[in-house]
Design a protein around this ligand. Structure first.
Ligand code: ADP
Length: 491
């Protein structure tokens, strides 16, 4: 218990203190207040003196304050400290940090309270703002967490060093199939992960997580996961780089969309097409053989021979369709096998232009070739011929009488460039990005019923790429189309 002459406390230093101070009677009446406290509540010291602290305290804090006050009076506490709210003269709330001491007479009887009051209104407002922001962030986090866990897509976040930072439940399931013996949580760990063909196991550098870690961004990268053919799953994978506010790379986000059903359906379709084409080949060969004999039969009347020719032409078309179908199936199954040798491409180009001559003549399309005498490259002769035949016949097929098709062959550095340009009907902008897709036929080809299967350019591109080359297509509707093939000269 302190025995101090408390009147001394109300000297000048108290009046000037940056801390609010009040002397409070045992019934709660304010006996004296300093200027800081009076200003804190927007009143004069005279107005405050003789008020009871109960009258200027926020009702929600009153119970606590009064309880502490009584317990101190009862001798249970020497002093107490509390946060409470006062009312300012203009009605607004003033937050205060209160330290309350009970002073005693020399004889030990309670004399009065001395209270120190620190205005913490601004600090309180800041804390409330901070708390509101924290709650907002937490709400946002919980919402994202829910989305992260419930989306039907496997999600993985990778740090810049390849370490796995986060993954959702779906991705955990996929990981179990790919790595039944566990995973080190770092990008690029090979497992039961196969390319779209379902057979080739992916090397570390081809794994989507590894590619994403390297900063690659991609969509529609298809993989199979799992070693058991019956239960394995196919995923279409996308990756994006994650950047911080100032553009620094924080890592990568990888999304795994399951496409097992779709991939199985594609497989069933491919198998179906392959087996139907296979079954058609033998009877067609036989039909063509007999048609050949019939066509050569001089004893048939002229009109019947003409009809046999029509049947034969159509049977030939059917045969070329079947062989295209078989070829596409074979490419998908085993890839293109190339018989490379040193070949004079100039000769092949001249022969291809010659072979397309009759077709162009019938269509009244002018066909010209600008080919050097000699240009050797390390290629598969039959496959390159196939490319040229396809592009030249398309050029003629999608042109009208009076149009022109031009074949230009030249060497550009270490590459051979084949350009096939026509002044035909051109390709609509909507169709252009798809012309190399399997079975894709342009709108005009369909509406004008121009014969075709939509396989030619798929085959052409597969062959060109197997040679390590590339093919592009530029076209303007009603003005014409240019295909440009680039093949490395090779060794
Ligand atoms: P097909 O000719 O059997 O339809 P392709 O794969 O050879 O199949 O071609 C795909 C589509 O690309 C065609 O249906 C056509 O719409 C378009 N196309 C190809 N070549 C040309 C061309 N030279 N001019 C205009 N359109 C073309």
């Amino acid at each position: 218990m302190e025995h101090v002459d408390t009147d001394d406390l109300w000297q000048l230093p108290v009046q000037q203190s940056p801390l609010g101070m009040a002397k409070v009677g045992l019934d709660g009446t304010l006996l004296a207040v300093n200027r800081t406290f009076a200003e804190m509540l927007g009143r004069t010291a005279d107005e405050l003196v003789r008020c009871r602290f109960q009258d200027i305290t926020h009702p929600d804090d009153l119970h606590n304050d009064v309880t502490n006050f009584r317990r101190t009076l009862a001798g249970e506490l020497d002093s107490y400290r509390a946060r409470k709210r006062y009312f300012h003269a203009d009605g607004h709330v003033v937050w205060a940090d209160l330290s309350v001491f009970l002073m005693h007479h020399p004889n030990g009887a309670p004399q009065h309270f001395v209270t120190q009051i620190l205005d913490i209104t601004e600090q309180q407002a800041r804390e409330e703002q901070l708390e509101a922001a924290r709650e907002e962030v937490e709400r946002e986090r919980q919402m994202l967490e829910t989305v992260f866990e419930t989306v039907g897509v496997g999600l993985l976040l990778i740090g810049p060093d390849g370490r796995y930072l986060r993954m959702n439940r779906r991705h955990v399931e996929a990981m179990k199939m790919a790595h039944p013996n566990g995973h080190d949580s770092i990008a690029g760990q090979p497992g039961h992960i196969y390319s779209a063909d379902g057979r080739t196991q992916l090397a570390a550098e081809d794994l989507p997580s590894y590619r994403a870690m390297q900063g690659e961004e991609f969509d529609g990268y298809t993989n199979w996961t799992g070693s058991d053919e019956r239960t394995r799953r196919a995923y279409s994978i996308s990756a994006r780089t994650v950047r911080g506010p100032s553009g620094e790379r924080l890592g990568a986000a990888v999304a795994y969309q399951e496409v097992t059903e779709l991939m199985r359906a594609i497989q069933v379709k491919d198998d179906f097409v392959a087996s139907v084409s296979h079954e058609l080949r033998t009877p067609l060969t036989s039909v063509l053989g007999y048609l050949e004999i019939l066509a050569d039969n001089g004893s048939l009347p002229q009109d019947v021979r003409a009809q046999v020719q029509v049947v034969r032409r159509n049977a030939l078309r059917l045969q070329s369709l079947v062989s295209d179908l078989l070829e596409v199936g074979e490419f998908a199954e085993t890839g293109v096998s190339l018989q490379r040798e040193s070949v004079d491409i100039a000769r092949i180009a001249r022969e291809a232009a010659e072979a397309a001559g009759p077709l162009a003549e019938r269509a009244a399309v002018e066909l010209t070739a600008d080919v050097p005498d000699w240009l050797v490259a390390w290629v598969d002769e039959d496959r390159v011929r196939q490319v040229l035949d396809n592009l030249l016949s398309n050029g003629v097929k999608y042109s009208a009488a009076g149009d022109a098709v031009r074949l230009v062959l030249r060497q550009v550095g270490q590459a051979i460039e084949i350009e096939i340009r026509d002044t035909g009907m051109g390709i609509a902008d909507d169709d252009l990005p798809h012309v190399f897709d399997r079975f894709y036929r342009g709108a005009i080809a369909r509406s004008e019923q121009i014969a075709g299967t939509g396989l030619g350019l798929d085959i052409v591109r597969t062959i060109v790429e197997a040679h390590g080359g590339s093919i592009t297509c530029d076209s303007v509707l009603d003005q014409g189309t240019t295909f440009r093939v680039c093949l490395p000269v090779g060794t």
